[in-house]
Ligand binder design. Structure first.
Ligand SMILES: Cc1ncc(COP(=O)(O)O)c(C=O)c1O
Length: 383
């Protein structure tokens, strides 16, 4: 099997991740912060070490600003619902995932409104368009760092700087970039960054986090047991526990810690370069095949991640995905990728596209096999 669905979740994981999960579960699978005994303390130490490692990885000085969640969706919901109150307005883009668009849709019931700024046909959103959509009651700008449909990298520095100068909050969805591209929060003008641990970070599913800029206080998404200040009737103020009610996914976090060590060993620039080389080779190969349309940035000026959406003329994306799986043993994701507005933007709604997404565990031979498979399918379906 060739796995090209890393934008959904990366697979395989580094061997160290499997070992990390297994070792933690067998050795110290106790509940951190919920007991004074040695095993609970060991579990708590592991959680805090993982938090420190993640903070360091992102250039965050104070690890308490990194809040663990189950995935990017939970982190986005916490960021969005945590800052908005009735009467607020949000500016976002047509390239967002449903994990942004659906919370906003439901928040309309609470008197919160939003404007969706349209990207161009390659999935790029001009900063000026975002700026022009801001109203007097705009509190928050939400932008994906890179599209999960086209791989287009967005101008988050420009938008974030502009937002900061005007006192607007800026939430970035890092689901498709953290672990794949360098993300240094000591340099980026970002107030909130939501991301998963299970995609390019190569950690287990059920892991994610929200970075919350120093001084920003949110309404928690969940309230309940935090293991600290149990005497309080309400939720503690203390970071990060204010936002971490309930037992954490300790096994997942043990795996994430191992994944972060693996990242450090390889180095971010080597990881980025590997994925970029695979992506370029794939695009180059596919662009020679008649009747294949590749979506996303065509100009070198706009950066892209290791996500490539394409279609073969005359073939439904679901059908193409099925053939790749059944006949060639290649796993891809067909359809709308939880981003219907993005597909409307690039003209592929409602059928969608077939998405190939690469990780550091893929190689050139696999990419070439996929290009050959597409060539064959295109020839056979050409009529
Ligand atoms: C851009 C984007 N945002 C959010 C998400 C949601 O991530 P998760 O599955 O970790 O909740 C995804 C997942 O594919 C995504 O690609």
């Amino acid at each position: 099997m060739i796995y090209f669905d890393n934008a959904a979740t990366s697979w395989p994981k580094p061997e160290e991740v499997y070992q990390g999960v297994s070792t933690f579960m067998r050795r110290a699978g106790a509940n951190p912060g919920r007991g004074g005994h040695r095993l609970a303390q060991e579990a708590a130490a592991m959680v805090e070490e993982t938090r420190q490692a993640l903070a360091k990885f992102l250039g965050v000085k104070n690890a308490k600003q990194v809040v663990f969640t189950s995935n990017a969706t939970e982190a986005l919901n916490l960021g969005i619902k945590g800052v908005l109150v009735p009467g607020d307005h949000v500016v976002t883009t047509s390239m967002e995932h449903n994990s942004v668009l659906r919370p906003l849709h439901y928040l309309q019931r609470d008197g919160i409104s939003y404007t969706i700024v349209a990207a161009d046909s390659e999935g790029y959103v001009c900063p000026e368009k975002v700026e022009n959509a801001v109203q007097s009651n705009t509190k928050l700008i939400i932008m994906t760092h890179a599209s999960n449909v086209t791989g287009t990298v967005m101008p988050i520095v420009e938008v974030g700087q502009w937002a900061r100068e005007r006192g607007l909050l800026f939430l970035v969805d890092g689901a498709q970039t953290v672990g794949e591209l360098a993300v240094d929060l000591s340099q980026l003008p970002v107030d909130l960054l939501a991301f998963p641990g299970h995609k390019a970070l190569l950690g287990p599913t059920g892991t994610g986090a929200l970075f919350i800029r120093d001084g920003l206080v949110l309404q928690p998404l969940l309230v309940g047991g935090t293991g600290v200040e149990s005497e309080l009737a309400g939720q503690p103020e203390e970071m990060p526990y204010r936002y971490e009610s309930g037992t954490l996914n300790t096994t997942g976090l043990a795996g994430l810690q191992a994944a972060l060590n693996y990242h450090q060993k390889l180095g971010q620039s080597a990881i980025s370069a590997t994925i970029s080389a695979l992506t370029n080779r794939f695009i180059q190969g596919c662009s020679m095949i008649p009747r294949v349309t590749i979506y996303g940035p065509k100009e070198k000026a706009v950066e892209r991640t290791g996500v490539v959406s394409l279609n073969i003329q005359g073939l439904n994306p679901d059908e193409l995905g099925f053939i790749l799986d059944e006949v060639y043993g290649i796993a891809v994701r067909a359809g709308l990728h939880c981003a219907p507005q993005a597909h409307k933007t690039i003209g592929t709604y409602p059928a969608g596209t077939v998405r190939f997404s690469f990780s550091v565990f893929n190689n050139i031979e696999q990419v070439d096999t996929a290009v050959e498979a597409l060539q064959e399918i295109a020839e056979q379906s050409g009529g």
